[in-house]
Design a protein around this ligand. Structure first.
Ligand SMILES: [Ca+2]
Ligand SMILES: [Zn+2]
Length: 304
């Protein structure tokens, strides 16, 4: 998959740390004006509640990042990426990536062959924003199983944010989870129908190719940080299966609780199974919910 192939660190020429936190975290969107040896020079093009600029790239970035930040607050009770209400910086016109999160910033580049601007795609923006939440919490090591988990958090929450925004009534229901697309990047691709599929990971059309959907098909490889965009299909499928039984809202809350409270930077798939089962039991008393999570992981060959 094409999203965030590398962790990128940009030395900003401005400092969001200098901006005091606000109750409802706001988004500042900047346009890159020139590249410097340390990063980028930028201009502020839309801030907070300012009206649309009419520039589709600027407005697409600003509004979609805003939706994702609203999701963090309203669904997960998390105040911004850093959990402290910090302003979220989005940069458009970045030259070295299509879409990534790095150095505390959302980085959005130009269209590429086969891809429109990522600013057209809420699930892609949600995916990248979740890398920011991962960085601010567990900071999953970006290789092998822990790296694939980081990718999966991006994919699962990209879909959850999209479902919450597009089908609010269905978000908390099993019916909603069943009718959701569960494919990533469908609004940003021009040749393939989507980048990846949580429902059928083998259908992935991203750069990394088909993804496994079961631990017996785990791919051991050196490239792609140990196949983080390949083996992501396994935890993605587990989350998808859990949502078919519990609805997407519960899965989002359970997976987030595990990230916030139970995972460590070196956690693998079994750890994630154990953590999400424990989070399910903590958030939803009774056996049913945690059993559904356990069954979902078992269906992809992962035992806690
Ligand atoms: Ca989608
Ligand atoms: Zn990613």
């Amino acid at each position: 998959m094409k999203l965030n192939p590398v962790k990128i660190t940009v030395q900003p020429t401005f400092g969001s740390a200098a901006v005091p936190p606000v109750a409802n975290a706001k988004v500042n969107t900047y346009r890159v004006t020139s590249e410097t040896k340390d990063g980028y020079d930028v201009e502020l093009v839309r801030s907070g509640d300012a009206p649309a600029t009419g520039d589709l790239v600027v407005d697409g970035a600003h509004e979609k990042v805003g939706i994702a930040v609203d999701f963090l607050r309203e669904v997960l009770g998390r105040n911004s990426i850093d959990g402290k209400g910090g302003v979220v910086d989005a940069l458009v016109g970045v030259t070295h990536t299509w879409a990534a999160f790095g150095g505390g910033q959302m980085l959005l580049g130009a269209p590429e062959p086969g891809f429109k601007s990522a600013t057209e795609s809420l699930d892609v923006i949600g995916h990248e924003l979740m890398h920011g939440v991962d960085e601010a919490t567990v900071s999953l090591t970006y290789e092998n199983e822990s790296g694939a988990l980081s990718e999966s958090y991006g994919d699962v929450f990209g879909e959850a944010i999209e479902q919450w925004h597009e089908d609010r009534a269905g978000f908390g229901t099993v019916e909603g989870a069943r009718r959701a697309d569960w494919v990533g990047g469908e609004d940003a691709t021009t040749t393939a129908p989507f980048i990846n599929s949580l429902r059928n990971p083998a259908d992935a059309a991203g750069a990394a190719g088909a993804q496994p959907a079961h631990m017996r098909d785990y791919v051991t490889m050196v490239e792609d940080n140990g196949g983080v965009h390949v083996n992501v299909g396994i935890p993605n499928k587990a989350a998808f299966e859990a949502a078919q039984v519990l609805g997407t809202e519960q899965v989002a809350k359970i997976w987030y609780d595990a990230l916030e409270h139970r995972l460590t930077s070196t956690s693998g798939f079994s750890d994630a199974a154990r953590a999400t089962i424990a989070s399910a039991a903590a958030l939803y008393p009774g056996e049913q919910t945690s059993a559904a999570v356990r069954d979902a992981w078992a269906s992809v060959g992962i035992q806690p």
